[in-house]
Design a binder for this molecule. Structure first.
Ligand SMILES: [Fe+2]
Ligand SMILES: [Fe+2]
Length: 351
C-alpha cells in the first residue's frame, strides 16, 4: 500500500530501519539481514549522521550501538524520543551494564541486544518494533536491576567486613561507620535528596574509612598526638579507600564520595583540595556526619563533647570545613530530632 507522507515522501507499510554503528561491517551485516526480511535498511556511522537522516526522512525504527565516538547511543535515544516520538529505538552494545540499561528503560528504549549479534534476531525485533508490538525491555531491565541490587548487597557485606576489621582495632571507633551512615542518611533526607542518592550516601558512609586498612595500627590507635609523618599516613586513607572501591564495579559512585569525605568547603581539605560545590554533595554530607560522630563520641585522645558544643563547632566551621547549607540542615535536624542523636556508650548504659 502506498501513499503520501506528511513531508511529501512516498510511504509504504515497509518499515525503514536506520542502523547506527561506527563499525561499517556491523552496519553492512545488519542491513543485509534486514533487507532479506523485507525491511528497508538505512545506515549511519555516527549518532550525528543518524539525526541528519531522521530530520530528512521518515524512519520507523532506529537500531543503534551505544559506545560510538561523538553522540553516545543513549544520547541518540534521548534525541530520537524527543524529536521523533513514534520512532522505536533498539540498542546494541558490547558491554552489559545494568546502569545504562536502567537509563535506557527510563528514556523509552524498545529493546536491546548484547554483541556478538544474531543479526536475524535483531531484524526480527525491528519488524516487531515497526508493527508497534510492545517491547520486552521493561521486564528485562527490571530483572537486571534486581540482579544489580543483589550484587551490591553481597559486595557491601564483604566490604563492610573489611571496614569492621579497621574499626575493631580501636574500641572507640567500633560503631563509627554505622553512626556516620545514620547521620548522613538523615541529613541527605533532610536536604531532600532522592532515594537513590540517599542510598549512595548511606553505602559510601558505611565504607568511608575503609582506606584506613592501609594505615599501621601503631598510627591508627596511637593515644598521643601524631607526628607530621604519621599524620601524612592518615591523610592517605580517602584516596586509598577510593582505590579499593574503584575495583568493585558496583561501588564506582561510592568511590568518589569516599575520596572526597575529607575535602573542605574552603579548599583546605585533602586529597584533592577541591573547593565548594566541586566536592561531590554526598562527600560534603559525609564530612559533616563524620565530624558530628567524632565529636559526640569518646576517642583515645578526647572526651565526648556535648550536642551544644557540636552545634557551636558546626556553626563556627560553616563556610570553612563544611558546606553552610549542610550545617544549616544539621542544626535544624538536631533541633527537630534530639532523640536520634547517638550518645556515647558510657553515657548510655543500654547501648
Ligand atoms: Fe575519614
Ligand atoms: Fe570517619
Amino acid at each position: 500500500m502506498k501513499g503520501r507522507g506528511a513531508r511529501g515522501y512516498v510511504t509504504t507499510n515497509v518499515t525503514t530501519v536506520l542502523i547506527v554503528d561506527d563499525e561499517p561491517g556491523i552496519c553492512h551485516m545488519l542491513a543485509e539481514a534486514m533487507a532479506s526480511l523485507g525491511l528497508r535498511p538505512q545506515t549511519a556511522l555516527s549518532g550525528g549522521d543518524a539525526l541528519t537522516i531522521l530530520a530528512r526522512e521518515p524512519v520507523g525504527v532506529v537500531v543503534t550501538d551505544l559506545n560510538m565516538p561523538g553522540l553516545h547511543g543513549l544520547e541518540l535515544l534521548a534525541a530520537v524520543r524527543r524529536g521523533h516520538p513514534r520512532c522505536r529505538v533498539i540498542l546494541m552494545t558490547g558491554v552489559q551494564d545494568s546502569g545504562w540499561l536502567a537509563r535506557a528503560l527510563e528514556l523509552g528504549a524498545h529493546d536491546y541486544f548484547i554483541k556478538p549479534l544474531d543479526v536475524f534476531q535483531v531484524a526480527q525485533a525491528a519488524i516487531a518494533a515497526g508493527q508497534n508490538a510492545p517491547g520486552p525491555l521493561p521486564l528485562r531491565a527490571a530483572r537486571a536491576l534486581v540482579d544489580r541490587t543483589q550484587v551490591r548487597q553481597v559486595a557491601l557485606e564483604s566490604t563492610r567486613a573489611l571496614a569492621r576489621a579497621v574499626e575493631a582495632k580501636d574500641p572507640y571507633t567500633r560503631r563509627h561507620s554505622e553512626q556516620v551512615a545514620h547521620y548522613a542518611v538523615h541529613l541527605a533526607r533532610h536536604l531532600g535528596l532522592p532515594a537513590g542518592e540517599v542510598e549512595l550516601v548511606r553505602v559510601a558512609a558505611l565504607l568511608h574509612d575503609i582506606g584506613k586498612i592501609g594505615v599501621p595500627d601503631s598510627v591508627l590507635i596511637k593515644p598521643g598526638p601524631l607526628t607530621v609523618e604519621e599524620f601524612a599516613l592518615i591523610r592517605q586513607h580517602p584516596a586509598q579507600g577510593a582505590e579499593i572501591l574503584r575495583h568493585i564495579s558496583v561501588f564506582a559512585d561510592e568511590a568518589l564520595l569516599v575520596r572526597g569525605h575529607h575535602e573542605a568547603w574552603s579548599g583546605e581539605g585533602y586529597p584533592d583540595g577541591l573547593v565548594g560545590e566541586s566536592i561531590p554533595l554526598g562527600a560534603r554530607i559525609i564530612n559533616v556526619a563524620d565530624s558530628v560522630d567524632a565529636m559526640l563520641m569518646q576517642r583515645t585522645y578526647k572526651v565526648p563533647y556535648s550536642v551544644e558544643f557540636v552545634r557551636g563547632e558546626l556553626t563556627r566551621s560553616a563556610g570553612e570545613q563544611f558546606d553552610p547549607k549542610i550545617v544549616q540542615a544539621a542544626l535544624e535536624w538536631f533541633e527537630a530530632f534530639p532523640e536520634k542523636i547517638i550518645q556515647p556508650p558510657a553515657l548510655c548504659p543500654t547501648a
